[in-house]
Write a protein that binds this ligand. Structure first.
Ligand code: NAP
Ligand code: G4F
Length: 338
């Protein structure tokens, strides 16, 4: 019998890579999508093509992390073996504009799923496994560098506070009810599928559009912030590995290197043969009320226990994203008939 996985956030960057990975492993995959006035399934359409005719094992269900009844119904219908909670209002800057909504979806959303799984397990004598998409943002104001599983949290945004709540509820359900509930504490991970308002994708999209004359400048905030950037495709493998262990636990997933936003800019613009200084302007709208200056993770526990390590390095990641966005910009140019 194929294992059954349920993914919230299946339409997001990580959801799309994880769905691909699980399908390739023979899973039956179910995804939760929220209703919107236009389709949000662009990242997973290639996995759904022919559904109903060629037996695709990806099925979608309307649901929302704000709606506990709906989540419970989906879990009852799908009867998953593994639930990956990837859904979130995941933009840190925007969480300062929408703190209450962010806390509801990110913090209480995780609790709604945990409660639904707890009841489902008791009712059906099952042991559904739960993965919580935790974030290095929880470390926030660096107490130590690199950050590891034992580093205390010091969240610096409504988003990070909500992720801390979800993290501790996940630990609590493991300890209180014996749930197989695991926290991945993932550092920044990017890809050509990254949302366009995160800094890496904003840079690669702009550099390539500027190169082709589709845009003339790029407005950015703090260029000195430093992040530990990896490739999303590598990071979803770590999520799956965490869910295959005999015991649930918490793991940091990171590359162990940190680079500034400016270094990312330099590499991306170099790749298309441009000098970023001629095009980038500072815009205080992109500054945050509280900034996280530096994040860098120590993933030695994941390496030791899960046998996980990243395959794509920083410059390969930048090049992969620039090359994909150059193709996208060329398509845009053709659509404009230029
Ligand atoms: P993403 O691209 O922003 O995707 C977020 C997903 O959540 C989308 O599918 C979105 O649906 C869905 N969603 C948002 N609000 C929802 C709601 N109320 N109910 C149901 N679904 C909702 O994020 P990502 O980069 O893939 O990240 C995946 C998870 O890992 C997130 O929880 C994020 O906070 C966490 N994380 C990410 C990173 C990173 O560097 N990428 C690092 C650490 C942790 P729509 O498509 O409809 O918007
Ligand atoms: O790309 P960012 O928006 O990512 P951030 O804030 O690090 O959060 C991402 O990674 C977290 C893991 O650590 C996830 F939990 C979270 O969901 C998300 O995926 O910003 C990175 C840095 C920040 O210091 C920001 O101030 O880039 C700086 N930055 C400078 N100019 C900018 C911009 N960020 C954005 N989004 N847009 C700018 O114009």
């Amino acid at each position: 019998m194929a294992k059954v996985a349920l993914l919230t956030g299946v339409t997001g960057q990580d959801g799309s890579y994880l769905a691909e990975l699980l399908l390739s492993k023979g899973y039956e995959v179910h995804g939760v999508v929220r209703r919107s006035s236009s389709f949000a399934t662009g990242r997973i359409d290639h996995l759904r093509r022919g559904y109903g005719t060629n037996g695709s094992r990806l099925q979608l269900h309307y649901g929302d992390l704000g709606d506990a009844t709906g989540l419970r119904r989906i879990i009852e219908q799908v009867r998953p073996d593994e639930v990956y909670n990837l859904a979130a209002q995941s933009h840190v800057r925007i969480s300062f504009d929408q703190p209450e909504y962010t806390a509801d979806v990110v913090g209480l959303g995780a609790l709604r799923l945990l409660e639904a799984i707890r009841d489902h397990n008791v009712r059906h004598k099952r042991s559904v496994r739960f993965y919580q998409a935790g974030s290095s943002e929880m470390f926030g104001k660096a107490v130590e560098l690199p950050q590891r599983e034992t580093t205390p949290f010091h969240p610096r945004s409504p988003y990070a506070c909500a992720k801390c709540y979800a993290h501790w509820q996940t630990v609590n359900y493991r300890e209180a009810y014996g749930l197989y509930a695991t926290n991945g504490i993932l550092f920044n991970h990017e890809s050509p599928r990254r949302g366009e308002n995160f800094v890496t994708r904003k840079i690669t999209r702009s550099a390539t559009r500027i190169k082709l004359g589709l845009q003339d400048k790029l407005l950015l905030g703090n260029l000195q912030a430093r992040r530990d950037w990896g490739f999303a495709g590598d990071y979803v493998e770590a999520m799956w590995l965490m869910m295959q262990q005999p015991q649930a636990d918490d793991y940091v997933i990171a590359t162990g290197e940190h680079h500034s936003v400016q270094e990312f800019l330099e590499l991306a613009f170099d790749r298309v043969g441009l000098d970023w200084r001629k095009y980038v302007e500072a815009d205080e709208r992109y500054l945050r009320p509280a900034e996280v200056d530096v994040l860098m993770g120590d993933a030695s526990k994941a390496r030791r226990v899960l046998g996980w390590q990243p395959k794509v390095n920083f410059s390969q990641l930048v090049n992969m994203m620039v090359d994909a966005d150059l193709e996208l910009a060329e398509r845009e140019l053709r659509t404009l008939g230029r």
